[in-house]
Design a protein around this ligand. Structure first.
Ligand SMILES: NC(=[NH2+])NCCC[C@H](N)C(=O)O
Ligand SMILES: [Mn+2]
Ligand SMILES: [Mn+2]
Length: 300
């Protein structure tokens, strides 16, 4: 793993309906992310936050069932540029959300640099909707589909190319809430999904081993997109779309430790931390703990 790391915050809350997730980057910084990484001997540049403009008139779903399309697209455009610049400078981008719609910009910035990028999508959801299939009109339920080139051109074409990732280079871990259109897309495109069913049957250890082995063989860069709602709401209460029956604290730390050992990641993001819905910053603190394990903390 590179020793130089750039932290980019994205105080985005326009990809969904619940206010407060725009404070996610602050909450994660407050929980000590920079100090934690500096203790692991990384050279950190905290680049601050990407600007996010104000929403259109509240809850007004517009153009093609895409709430706040223009603002979400604009911020993602800026994020993509920043991510691409940091990779160009040989720095590892660590993006802090904000709602998951910011993965659109992260993926756009990252994929520019790799011939065959892969992504691990650690999430209760598939985020594989488009305006046509979304039950909510919330863009945070769409970023993985957008990265596949499915969706509104303002989103799919950020940095002027599409798609960002091939279906066979995606591994979803922790899924337990998929909409009908998402299930169809998963089947159609043959996307690898380790849902809670597979995790319970095989155990996280085997699931991660398989995911790592698979991506290592076929990709030349791997992005981790970790939605805190992948964890159980008991562990991570500060999220806007909690789903019961999630990944445990221990499973998640093990997953991060295995990724650290495998040394395959080239970028990462932690999203959906909402301190307004949280309990004493528990979820941001959890995120920082996972970041610690991901970047080399060990139990002994
Ligand atoms: N990143 C997230 N938390 N996504 C939740 C998406 C929920 C639902 N599938 C939707 O499209 O509205
Ligand atoms: Mn989710
Ligand atoms: Mn998500």
């Amino acid at each position: 793993m590179q020793n130089n790391m750039s932290i980019i915050g994205v105080p985005m809350d326009l990809g969904q309906n619940r206010r407060g997730v725009d404070m996610g980057p602050s909450a994660i910084r407050y929980a000590g992310v920079v100090e934690r990484l500096e203790n692991l001997a990384y050279h950190i540049a905290d680049l601050g936050d990407v600007p996010v403009s104000r929403p259109d008139s509240k809850d007004n779903v517009q153009e093609g069932n895409l709430r706040n399309l223009k603002q979400v697209a604009d911020s993602n455009q800026q994020l993509a540029k920043m991510v691409t610049q940091e990779i160009h400078k040989n720095r590892f981008p660590l993006v802090l959300g904000g709602d998951h719609s910011i993965a659109i910009g992260s993926m756009a910035g990252i994929a520019k640099h790799y011939d065959n990028p892969g992504v691990i999508w650690y999430d209760a959801h598939g985020d594989l909707n488009s305006g046509d299939t979304s039950p909510s009109g919330n863009i945070h339920g769409m970023p993985l589909a957008v990265s596949l080139g499915i969706g509104h051109e303002k989103l799919t074409n950020i940095l002027d190319y599409t798609p960002k990732v091939k279906a066979e280079n995606i591994v979803i871990i922790g899924a337990r809430s998929l909409d009908p259109g998402e299930k169809e897309l998963i089947r159609e495109q043959g996307i690898t999904v380790y849902s809670m069913h597979e995790i319970d049957r095989l155990g996280m250890s085997q699931v991660m081993a398989k995911a790592i082995d698979y991506l290592k063989q076929r990709t030349d860069g791997v992005h981790l997109s970790l939605d805190l709602d992948g964890l159980d709401p008991d562990e991570a209460p500060g999220v806007g779309t909690p789903v019961i029956g999630g990944l445990s604290y221990r499973e998640s730390h093990l997953a991060m430790e295995m990724l650290s050992e495998a040394d395959i990641l080239t970028s990462a993001e932690f999203v959906e931390v909402n301190p307004i819905l949280d309990d004493q910053n528990k979820t941001a603190t959890l995120a920082v703990g996972l970041i610690g394990s991901l970047f080399g903390e060990k139990l002994k």
